[in-house]
Design a protein around this ligand. Structure first.
Ligand SMILES: [Mg+2]
Length: 210
């Protein structure tokens, strides 16, 4: 039976940072984005409000900034190698993130079968963010179920990788979960825990659980 590996992006594939912070860094607005991350992490604002404020921060954003943010971001090592191995095994890999779709979807180019993020308008922005397209922790589970249908697997074949509270619902819905550079709130409910900068090592923990 094929498996479906579901990866979070911010703090999981990216080490110690988020896509919005990396995007904002290109505009000299890193501190503002870090403050937004703290506010949403503390539950002071919800994901739609976070997206609205990030969009407002990025009025000058161009495609070149997005490319530079993506290429310069501190990715974990061996992401492409892990996804190539997953494909070689006949399994599936997908990224599901609350971060903007225009950043998340670039990971299709690295070998993910699917990549879903919060729906943002095209860059440079001429339209506002539609709050109904912004993802939540619960939406991650809905998308995981939809991907199961697309790939012909069930939740019993899913493995989730994540780092924070937005991964809690998904970790509760699948049999194998790997907390990656997470604090104890998440690692306590995960079946496996990894600290480090090499995705291959996190992937091996999940493989040995088979
Ligand atoms: Mg995360």
């Amino acid at each position: 039976m094929a498996r479906l590996h579901l990866f979070d992006l911010d703090g999981t594939l990216l080490h110690g940072t988020s896509a919005p912070v990396e995007i904002s860094r290109q505009l000299g607005l890193e501190a503002e984005a870090v403050a937004l991350d703290h506010a949403v992490g503390a539950g002071l604002i919800d994901p739609p409000e976070y997206a609205r404020r990030a969009h407002a921060l990025w009025v000058e954003l161009t495609e070149a900034h997005v490319v530079a943010a993506f290429e310069g971001a501190p990715w974990l090592a061996r992401i492409r190698e892990v996804w190539a191995e997953i494909r070689r095994q006949g399994d599936y890999c997908a990224v599901v993130s609350l971060s903007p779709s225009f950043f998340v979807e670039r990971l299709i180019g690295w070998g993910a079968h699917a990549a879903h993020g919060s729906r943002f308008p095209a860059v440079p922005f001429t339209e506002p963010v539609d709050p109904t397209g912004v993802l939540s922790a619960a939406a991650k589970v809905v998308i995981a179920d939809r991907l199961c249908g697309e790939f012909g697997v069930t939740r019993a074949e899913c493995i989730a990788y994540g780092d924070s509270s937005s991964d809690r619902d998904l970790f509760g819905a699948v049999p194998i979960s790997v907390a990656v550079n997470a604090d104890h709130h998440l690692s306590d409910i995960a079946t496996h825990s990894y600290t480090g900068k090499d995705l291959w090592e996190a992937y091996e923990l999940a493989c040995h659980a088979r």
